[in-house]
Design a binder for this molecule. Structure first.
Ligand code: UT7
Length: 331
């Protein structure tokens, strides 16, 4: 079969988030902030946070089991596991092999993918290539983050934004060629790398190197600058995907954007001329969960009945690096 005729699609989805909820009012007690500021400037009301001793692999595994069940396949049928994350349990082993072991996917290869908040979109693009070359494969793609473990709780410019969670999808060949991933964009602009960093734990400095300030062991962001570039890039990717597929935003049934800031999402919605009901938002419950953000949103959008067979869905993400990406898919 010609590879052009093969389309990959989502066969099943699952999510899992920690049960511990940290509200804006809880944050008011530990840092100089307010529910009013956080709600107005970000749209976030609460986020999920791992308990001490609880690891994100647990949620990645739970989400994967749910996705397998929905796809009606066994762990042994999985050929590849891709885990998009910037906060694996450990640097060695990767989070993907912990998932492999946890679900018993003994026939699968496994690797982590590092593309910050765009990781899930990058993962879809990678999975799509594997399916086109190996149409019988089943791929488990997970976006999982333990951002609370890399959060500086003394830095109010960042700690109010982040949350933990995991979302998983099974990717396989679509039985209906018109449905599935139609197109994608992935991109990067490393010239902005210094605007969003997590330096501690990388190989520039040895562990406990005193030359590296303690704050560098946490995520740091120049939010205002990131905001400006994020809005510009997300609009650009969305328009590029629509244009080259001879579509307009009117054709989109649902936009599922990376949940970084409600104002960024609103800006994108307005620029694309989409009505509110065509944009899925759950940032109020989870905050920014980086690579887990889009699978958490897509899963909930579907469960809440926002998606019907044949709907055109646009996923758009942006993150540190900078990385960015979008996926156009027919549900
Ligand atoms: O996931 C991918 C990448 N991430 C993003 O896309 C995030 C992009 N950036 C943003 O979402 C926003 O820039 C933030 C939410 C991070 C910040 O919002 P902002 O409207 O850009 O605020 P700001 O940084 O300009 O700060 C405005 C004021 C400052 O006070 P002064 O200097 O005006 O007196 C801050 O000190 O708000 C203050 N502020 C806060 N006040 C209460 C900053 N953080 C807080 C806070 N609570 N948590």
């Amino acid at each position: 079969m010609n590879s052009i005729e093969i389309r990959s699609t989502i066969l099943g989805m699952g999510i899992s988030v920690p049960s511990r909820i940290l509200t804006n009012f809880d944050l008011e007690k530990i840092i100089d902030t307010s529910d009013e500021w956080i709600t107005e400037r970000t749209g976030i009301k609460e986020r999920r946070i791992l308990e001490d001793g609880e690891n994100i692999s647990k949620h990645a595994i739970k989400a994967s089991f749910e996705a397998l069940k929905e796809a009606n396949i066994t762990p042994e049928e999985i050929n590849l596991i891709i885990c998009a994350t910037l906060t694996p349990d450990y640097l060695i082993p990767s989070l993907s092999v912990l998932i492999q072991d946890g679900i018993g996917a003994r026939n699968a290869g496994a690797f982590d993918l590092s593309a910050t908040c765009s990781g899930f979109i990058y993962g879809l693009a990678v999975a799509d290539q594997f399916i086109k070359n190996n149409p019988d494969w089943k791929i488990l793609l997970v976006g999982a983050e333990a951002l609370s473990r890399k959060t500086n709780w003394k830095d109010r410019s960042i700690c109010v934004l982040l949350g933990d969670g995991a979302g998983a999808v099974i990717i396989g060949k679509s039985s209906e060629p018109q449905r599935g991933i139609l197109d994608f964009v992935i991109g990067a602009d490393g010239s902005y790398w210094e605007l969003l960093t997590l330096k501690g734990g990388g190989s520039c400095f040895a562990p406990f190197d005193e030359r590296l300030p303690k704050e560098e062991y946490y995520i740091k962001m120049q939010g205002k600058e990131v905001f400006k570039i994020a809005t510009r890039m997300m609009e650009k990717i969305a328009l590029e995907l629509l244009k080259r597929n001879n579509l307009t935003s009117k054709d989109i049934k649902l936009l599922v954007p990376h949940q970084a800031n409600l104002r960024i999402i609103e800006y994108l919605r307005e620029r694309l001329g989409l009505p509110k009901e065509k944009v899925y938002i759950n940032i109020q419950k989870y905050g920014n969960t980086s690579a887990a953000s889009i699978p958490l949103a897509l899963y909930e959008a579907n469960k809440e009945g926002n998606l019907e067979k044949g709907d055109l869905v646009l996923l758009i993400a942006f993150g540190g690096g900078f990385t960015f990406g979008g996926t156009l898919l027919r549900w």
